[in-house]
Design a protein around this ligand. Structure first.
Ligand code: ADP
Length: 416
């Protein structure tokens, strides 16, 4: 707030006193007149001087107040600039402001990095120097006529969601604010979700169709043995397959959405490994497959910390695959080695092996190598294995040669 100067008695009073003093001296000529005149003259001059001094003082004060005010305004504007730049620099969303001449007036680092090096943003640069895509230029043009729009711009490898917002500048001219969002990951997730739904419904169709055919046969009078029995068996097989599929789907979804929480508890390897092998023997025996385990002697007494249920599930998936795909009478071997800081689990079989082209894809959901399509399964087991291993801080690997068997490896941290 600027303070207005407070002046003393009006200056004409002082001037009147000076004039009165001069008149008394000149016209009265009397010694009293001289004294009175001199007194008036001196008082008048004194008042004038005092007024001048006070005015000078207050002007100087006003000037310094103005300077102070100016400084604090500059300081405020500097702080606001700093704040605005800070906000813009930390936004993940890209922001570009185009002025009425369609030139870049402002942009943030996110905008530059999202547009990558294919478009260099410069202050004062023209919009056509930044965007070449006809749809983008059209939408920006539309924003200058007051119409807001949103669209996807693809700049390999990115997909960007752009929004052009009409924006009136302080001088009343029309500007356009562009916002840029990276939706590459979002799009990939959406594609995966759609693929997942389409694969799951495709997989469910087979058992549902089998159930329908079997039920129709029963309805047509086939419920007299042996047809009736065969149809009922087909229904049970399909229901089992659907149950297996639905279990795997819900398990995978629990893992992927983060709903699955692992509980790391002490596991003594010398107890855990023989129990696991024993439980899986009933799968191996009908096909005369020998299931063996080799636990490094130093690991026998070792106690690791892991989620026993999930570790069991993970190894069961690898071992039952090995049993399922191996020829009758062959051997499946589980080895556990200390490769500090890792515990290395290896499942080796002498089954059909996996071609290089399939090896790249078998950890994907629903992927099944064409050569093994006849063997029952959901194509979800290895996807679950991969996710569980990652959740446990480890990883899975595969070495395989077509016709010579496969070796799956699982590396888990020794200190779970
Ligand atoms: P599923 O076994 O239910 O088909 P998985 O996800 O467990 O699904 O395995 C995916 C595919 O990987 C299998 O269909 C098979 O083609 C291949 N596969 C997995 N384990 C082996 C193995 N030990 N030997 C040969 N192929 C295997």
């Amino acid at each position: 707030m600027i303070r207005t100067p407070q002046l003393p008695a009006p200056s004409f009073a002082a001037l009147a006193l000076v004039l009165l003093g001069t008149w008394l001296v000149i016209y009265l000529g009397h010694p009293m007149g001289l004294i009175l005149g001199g007194f008036c003259f001196l008082t008048g001059v004194g008042l004038l001087l005092l007024q001048g001094f006070l005015r000078f003082g207050s002007e100087a004060r006003v000037k310094s107040d103005l300077e102070l005010e100016n400084l604090s305004l500059k300081d405020l504007s500097r702080k606001e600039d700093h704040l605005r730049q800070g906000i813009l620099a930390n936004l993940q969303e890209g922001v570009v402001l185009l002025d009425s001449r369609k030139e870049v007036r402002l942009y943030n680092p996110a905008a530059q990095s999202l547009l990558s090096t294919s478009s260099r943003l410069t202050m004062g640069g023209s919009v056509t120097g930044v965007f070449r895509e006809p749809e983008t230029l059209r939408n920006i043009e539309m924003a200058y006529t007051g119409k807001e729009s949103e669209w996807t711009l693809r700049r390999d490898p990115r997909a960007l969601r752009l929004r052009a917002i009409p924006f009136e500048s302080m001088d009343g001219s029309q500007s356009v604010l562009l916002t840029l969002d990276d939706i590459t990951r979002q799009e990939a997730l959406e594609t995966t979700r759609q693929k997942f739904i389409s694969n799951a419904s495709h997989e469910l169709k087979t058992p549902v169709t089998s159930i329908r055919i079997a039920a129709e046969n029963l309805l047509d009078g086939g419920f007299v043995a042996p047809d009736g029995e065969n149809n009922l068996k087909a229904i049970f097989r399909s229901v089992d397959r659907m149950t297996m599929l639905l279990n795997d789907i819900s398990e995978l979804s629990r893992i992927e959405t983060g709903a699955l929480r692992l509980e790391a508890l002490p596991i003594q390897l010398g107890v855990f490994v023989p129990q696991l092998v024993e439980e899986l023997r009933h799968q191996a025996e009908p096909r005369r497959i020998t299931l063996n385990a080799e636990l490094e002697p130093s690991l026998e007494p070792m106690v690791i910390k892991a989620d026993a249920l999930r570790l069991h599930q993970l190894l069961e998936n690898l071992l039952s695959n090995a049993i399922k795909f191996s020829p009758e009478g062959s051997e499946v071997m589980l080895r556990i080695q200390n490769q500090s800081p890792w515990l290395l689990w290896t499942v080796q079989d002498s089954g059909p092996g996996i071609a290089e082209s399939d090896a790249k894809r078998i950890f994907e959901r629903f992927y099944r190598a064409p050569s093994t399509r006849g063997v029952p399964g959901t194509g979800l087991g290895l996807a679950i294995v991969k996710h569980l291993a990652l959740l446990m801080g480890g990883e899975v690997g595969l070495r395989s040669e077509l016709g010579k068997g496969s070796t799956f490896t699982l590396k888990l941290p020794l200190q779970g």
